[in-house]
Design a protein around this ligand. Sequence first.
Ligand code: KPL
Length: 318
Amino acid sequence: MKIHIIGAGSLGLLYGGRLAASGADISFWCRSKEQANLLQERGISIEEPEGSLYIPPDAFRAECVRDYHQAGGPHGGDYTFLMVKQSAVASIATELLSPYADDSHKLLCFQNGTGHMELLRQHLPGWALYAAVTTEGAKRSGAAGVVHAGRGTTWIGQAADVTKDGTGAEGQGSENALIEQLNRAGFDSFLSKELDVMIFRKLLMNAVINPLTALWRIPNGELLAAENRVALMRELYEEGAAVYDACGIKREDDLWEQIVRVCQATSANTSSMLKDVLEGRPTEAASINGSIVRMGENAGIDAPLHRLVWKLIEGIRS
Ligand code: KPL
């Protein structure tokens, strides 16, 4: 299976590295030429709890996004994994992928938060779009290394308005092959028909875990280490759940327990929002907590705690 991976951050390297090790044909599209060269010189090191995994440079390709069009863009790939932050999705759609807007390719979108699927649908009418929701924990250890900081689950679901003619891509066969490939690479993966449930499940997980880890500058597991921290998590959870109920969004009865399990399974991980804060980058707070606030507004209910953590996070950088 040939997979293009746009974005070689912690999750991109983890998925691409393990997929390459399991025999998939992987091309990384990196933001900088320097990172592409480094990957191509050094290979990728993945630190797993049970030991290190080294993926030599001849097991994959790494190029700079600037060379994407010249190299044929998405052509020849079975799937393209979009593994950049929410904030980079608009420019990837308009600058990198728009020349292929009407072609029929398959794009798997790994972003946290909401809004990216609608935006991509607007810009890529011909593509089959899939949301990939993952609770895998990964953190960088240098430009060519990644620590697999917590095992999780990956759910993949196809957007309902599949392609512009409404026929979908090539049907379930290729999706099953993708799931098999991901499982061979060590990712516990499933196809889901409930795209909304999986997106909103992850949204509330991120809305509870990410801002608190970023404000307190602690790894995910530390959230559970003190009663007052758990109490605030629970308040964020309850407020988010009330917004979901007001909007008629289905949520599982054990969603709170799932959030606690994700903290335990990724206990050593630095959440993506904490990483952004530590590196002085814009965070995804607006599309995570901000998204819950806006959903509440539309349904006529206030979500003051989500608004507060969103604004506190944004204030760190202003
Ligand atoms: O999605 C994550 C993130 O950090 O954005 C979790 C699952 C919380 C892992 O850290």
